[in-house]
Ligand binder design. Structure first.
Ligand SMILES: [Zn+2]
Length: 838
């Protein structure tokens, strides 16, 4: 499941560079808010209870009494009631001990009939049902080698089922009817399902635990105008006399119940292939022309991941479908991944890069780590999610080069470090709610732990170990210990120390790194202090010592509260580069000098080396050195350099630097870098750049056009307002943000409906916080009290939706905006606002 990257997209674009634009406080708000969006959206009440009894409840793997073997379903949908009528034939056998009963998860259903099924004959069975569990008394005691089939006739009523969802998934209905009665215009009618964690038992009685595996066959009867998607292969389609059609999908390889999927809707299907297996993309017709631009790398990814894992793609096909109003980012249903509608990007958005590609890689990698070998319990979700997260790094490294891979790794490391999750272990045997494990520890921290492991054992051993883990446990389950045993078997080394620290321990090194040079003795001392509250870490670290471009590498181990490493030298080093591969998951204060950073920029090769140097130059007003970054080979470094310049008024007064920025604004190959350069030119408010904005505002890239429009707004408000109104219907992404800002800032009473809608439609985000001041200014210019009140109510709703933990930061800005309205209007409005703010 993907819960992070998509939120990046919603909040602020996918790159660290955007993060760096904000102040530290903003950064924290942005990073953490992204994890909170769905928790807040979750009106069903997913927040953990205040009591802490859960801290003493060990979350064990589910006991297996019976094992699923095969699940056969025959279902019809009632769009009027949002019901599903189901018939199920479930084949099961006792796990080991003989038993005469079978307990199934079956949530909120009507159970019409339960029978023993043999040779086409049904014999009624006794059962009890309490809306959670269907407890069936079998016709005799069965032994482990005796399979039996029960038949169940039932009605699933997902909209009437109430159960808490999670931070990752808003809601727990399992089966979702989207616009089933066609009442919402502009929204298609769709059905899709979301199983993880244990939600598919809302629409099929099953043993809804990840340590169960079953083959399946699902027949769906749907209106003939729709297409369907499920796991495995479509084996038959039959038209019925009542205008419906019955599609049957078969999955002959066992997988877990939470990975079952059904999708129904009016989709275009764009087909690719991998080694003769179908690879298809199910999208709304509007996106059919760009489906390959969004998903088209999938066959190459399948090949890449097949080669890396040493296991050729194990399933019969791989399809991806996009669902409206999806409750998470994306979900790796076996052979049938479901994406949220943020995957949809039009041709102009794609000019700024495919923001969804990491998610596509993530869900695909789950087909190995998650679906082929599945976590045995939610406590061990790391064996699914950390690998899927890690796959984004290796895909980017392979496809776009080491800088891009390193940037992905660095981004995710910052995301974890900004999340205040140091007290949670990766393997989590204690949690309030099973949905809580889908967090910054299981994803970005876990992905970085795998990246460190890869560097420690080496690429060849890493992938050989992964291959062994996947081969030994295929079509079964794994936990972190199976992974350790596979790595120990391949490397011949005891790796308990690594697992104990990173899988079962908490926190990360918080390092203070100091350098002392003794020229008389020709010795350099590197003093590393571990300052974290949690455990002291034992980890190998490479220390690179540079004399000019000449680099000598030493491997040392940090393992004490303070470690001192001594190196001899003949000439004083230009740079001692701690953690030369920049892989250690840590928070560090690195006491290098300006000269050290200059040497780092010149000689140390990695993305993070250059990023750290630029950060230092920018923070310390070293403009000449900072401007080196404008010519970096990698766009994200150029962008970051521009961001650092934006914070520095001297940079924007430097004619040489401005010339370089102008060049980037007009010619950079990367549109988001151009866009940043344009916004720097805009910040100068110099009319001499107007011709650049006039041209760029018509650029096909939304980010370029948006930044140019912002530039025009600084110089010619009336013209920018007219253009914003012209573009408002088509604008998406960065251009939409600019359009909205300009219309809100310069709009008049006649724009009220559009402005109210734009403000209201913005998700809980940094952008919305930033727009709130302008929106309040706009309201204070209106005369109609009802309209002002309606606007104030929208601001208050936003204020109330922000999680308590962030209100200290967000409330003052929102209050100031509202008080401005109160002061401007006086009288009733003043009382209304003051009362609301009490
Ligand atoms: Zn995932």
């Amino acid at each position: 499941m993907q819960t992070f990257k998509n939120l990046h997209g919603v909040i602020d674009g996918p790159s660290i560079i955007t993060v760096a634009e904000k102040t530290i406080q903003m950064k924290k708000f942005f990073l953490v808010l992204s994890l909170f969006v769905y928790k807040v959206a979750l009106s069903q009440g997913g927040d953990a209870p205040a009591d802490t009894a859960w801290k003493h409840i060990y979350r064990a793997e589910a006991t297996k009494i019976n094992d699923l073997v095969h699940t056969k379903l025959d279902v019809r949908f009632d769009y009027g009631k949002s019901y599903m009528y189901g018939k199920e034939w479930l084949t099961v056998h006792p796990h080991f001990y003989p038993t005469d009963s079978l307990t199934l998860d079956a949530k909120g259903m009507n159970i019409n009939e339960v029978a023993f099924f043999s040779n086409g004959k049904k014999t009624p069975l006794k059962y009890s049902y309490d809306s959670m569990f269907l407890r069936i008394t079998l016709n005799k005691t069965y032994k482990a080698d005796e399979s039996y089939t029960v038949y169940i006739d039932y009605v699933a009523k997902p909209d009437e089922w109430k159960e808490g969802g999670s931070a990752a998934i808003a809601g727990a209905k399992g089966l979702y009817f989207i616009n089933p009665r066609g009442e919402e215009k502009d929204k298609p009618t769709e059905i899709w399902t979301q199983g993880e964690t244990e939600h598919n038992s809302v629409w099929m009685p099953t043993i809804d635990k990840p340590n169960q595996k079953t083959t399946d066959e699902i027949s769906m009867t749907v209106p003939d105008k729709y297409v369907t998607l499920s796991n495995g292969l479509l084996t038959s389609q039959k038209k019925n006399s009542d205008g419906t059609r019955t599609d049957t999908w078969k999955m002959d390889l066992p997988h877990s119940p939470y990975l079952f999927f059904m999708g129904v809707g009016d989709y275009s299907i764009i087909k690719d292939s991998y080694k003769g297996k179908e690879v298809a993309y199910y999208v709304e017709k509007e996106y059919a022309p760009v489906a390959r631009e969004i998903f088209g790398h999938t066959p190459e990814m399948i090949k890449f991941f097949s080669e890396k894992t040493g296991i050729d793609y194990p399933w019969p096909k791989y399809n991806q479908i996009v669902g409206r109003d999806y409750v998470s980012g994306a979900m790796e249903n076996t052979t049938a991944t479901l994406h949220g509608s943020s995957a949809y990007q039009n041709a102009r958005q794609l000019k700024d890069g495919n923001d969804w590609e990491d998610v596509i890689a993530h869900e695909l990698f789950h087909q190995w780590c998650g679906d082929y070998v599945t976590t045995e319990s939610w406590s061990n979700i790391t064996v699914n999610e950390s690998f899927a997260n890690f796959s984004e790094t290796i895909w980017n490294e392979y496809k776009y080069g080491q800088d891009k891979g390193d940037e992905t790794n660095y981004n995710d490391m910052q995301q974890y470090l900004g999340s205040n999750s140091a007290n949670k272990p990766l393997v989590r045997f204690y949690y309030a709610d099973k949905e809580d494990v889908f967090d910054a520890v299981s994803y970005p921290k876990g992905g970085r732990i795998l990246n460190m492991l890869r560097h420690y054992v080496g690429d060849a051993a890493f992938y050989a170990s992964l291959n062994k883990y996947l081969t030994d446990n295929k079509f079964k389950n794994g936990e972190a210990q199976q992974l350790r045993l596979a790595f120990e078997s391949i490397t011949g080394q005891d790796l308990n120390w690594f697992w104990n620290e990173w899988y079962y321990g908490t926190g990360h090194p918080v390092l203070d790194i100091n350098y002392v040079y003794d020229d008389a003795a020709h010795k350099a001392y590197v003093i590393v202090q571990q300052k974290q509250k949690q455990q002291i870490f034992k980890m190998p670290v490479n220390i690179d010592i540079y004399n000019g471009a000449n680099k000598v590498r030493h491997q040392v181990w940090i393992q004490n509260p303070v470690d001192t490493f001594t190196f001899d030298y003949t000439t004083k080093p230009d740079l001692i580069n701690f953690d030369g591969d920049k892989v250690l998951l840590c928070n560090k204060t690195d006491h290098k000098t300006a000269d050290n950073y200059k040497a780092q920029w010149k000689y140390a090769p990695l993305f993070v080396d250059r990023y750290e140097a630029i950060d230092y130059f920018g923070t310390n007003n070293m403009l000449t050195e900072l401007s080196w970054g404008l010519n970096d080979k990698y766009y994200a470094i150029r962008s970051f350099t521009l961001d650092k310049m934006k914070e520095n008024s001297a940079a924007l007064a430097d004619a040489t630097i401005l010339q370089s920025i102008e060049r980037i604004a007009q010619n950079d190959e990367h549109n988001r870098t151009r866009s940043r350069a344009l916004s720097l030119l805009a910040a100068t408010k110099d009319p001499k750049y107007k011709h650049i904005f006039d041209k760029a505002v018509n650029d096909s890239s939304y980010s370029v056009a948006g930044a140019a429009l912002d530039g025009l707004a600084q110089l010619d408000t009336a013209n920018a307002y007219a253009l914003a109104k012209k573009y408002s219907a088509d604008a998406k992404g960065d251009l939409d943000e600019s359009v909205t800002n300009i219309i809100v800032s310069a709009g008049n009473e006649a724009d009220y409906d559009m402005i109210l809608k734009k403000y209201n439609d913005l998700p809980l985000s940094q952008s919305k916080l930033e727009l709130t001041a302008a929106f309040c200014d706009y309201l204070s210019k209106l005369d109609d009290e009802q309209k002002i009140k309606a606007g104030v109510d929208k601001v208050l709703a936003f204020k109330n939706a922000i999680p308590q933990a962030y209100k200290n930061f967000t409330d003052p800005a929102i209050k100031a905006g509202l008080q401005k309205i109160a002061a401007a209007k006086g009288g009733d409005m003043q009382a209304y606002v003051n009362n609301a703010l009490k």
